[in-house]
Design a protein around this ligand. Structure first.
Ligand code: PGA
Length: 256
């Protein structure tokens, strides 16, 4: 394994619609990545497919993640799947606080409870944060700060080592801004701001698992974002559903 190994997290969202297709996509990525040592790969398929995909892992180094995790361990919580249940079937990552969940009403309080539940079960968390828009008054910095502080409320410093912070400007997700992602320097600036916010909350010696960028990542912008964006990895949505595009992204990251 390389010293500064990068991480690429694939968020399949509510795709593909059939299990066979999901297995095919997984096996394709498994094959492409079988000899890669420079990239840590996490695939997050829909909840329903997790067990089947874990069974296909074999001796691959790929990690399997969920796209959400329940706040509670067990009990009368209709529709929820707990961290313990996920980890019990071999899932060791979870995306938490994705903007598409927040848009459906998920609050910072729920996000923080989900994070606590996941890290206490020794799962790794990919916490998503990001502004809805870039206003001219720079209010988006305050927005991101509030989101971090709220999402990590009650999360102890010792758990940060299992938490990746994914900066995902909502306006840049899935080509909303003409298939453009933010400029690498804008990512770098925000990552610095996030680090400062974390230092204010936890003290300068804090250590998170890493910083990711997500929002219209594709084979064309991968290298630039990783080399100039000040991040340790990527969170990839749409491009992770294409074996060709995702394979290309992995090859680029592996070669850096
Ligand atoms: P995208 O999605 O790569 O399609 O922009 C990223 C995400 O929503 O996590």
């Amino acid at each position: 394994m390389k010293k500064n190994q990068k991480i690429v997290v694939a968020n399949w969202k509510m795709n593909p619609v059939g299990l066979d297709e999901a297995k095919k996509l997984f096996l394709g990525i498994k094959k492409i990545s079988s000899k890669m040592t420079g990239v840590r790969i996490v695939l997050c398929p829909p909840m329903l497919y997790l067990s089947d995909i874990v069974r296909l892992l074999g001796n691959s180094n790929i990690h399997i993640g969920s796209q959400d995790v329940g706040q509670k361990e067990k009990g009368s919580f209709t529709g929820m799947v707990s961290a313990k249940m996920l980890s019990g079937v071999g899932v060791d990552f979870s995306i938490v606080g994705h903007s598409e969940m927040r848009a459906l009403g998920e609050t910072d309080v729920q996000v923080s409870e989900k994070i606590c539940s996941a890290v206490k079960t020794k799962m790794n968390v990919v916490l998503c944060i990001g502004e809805l828009e870039r206003d001219k008054e720079f209010g988006y910095f305050e927005f991101v700060k509030n989101q971090i502080v709220g999402s990590l409320d009650g999360v102890g410093k010792n758990y940060l080592k299992n938490i990746y912070i994914a900066y995902e400007p909502v306006w840049a997700i899935s080509g909303k801004s003409g298939n453009k992602s933010v400029l690498p320097e804008q990512i770098q600036e925000m990552v610095l701001f996030i680090k400062k916010t974390l230092a204010d909350k936890y003290g300068v010696g804090f250590k998170v698992a890493g910083f990711l960028y997500g929002g219209s990542v594709n084979p064309k912008n991968t290298q630039e974002i990783l080399e100039q964006g000040g991040v340790d990895g990527l969170l990839v949505g749409k491009a992770s559903l294409s074996e060709k595009n995702f394979g290309e992204i992995l090859r680029i990251v592996d070669g850096l």
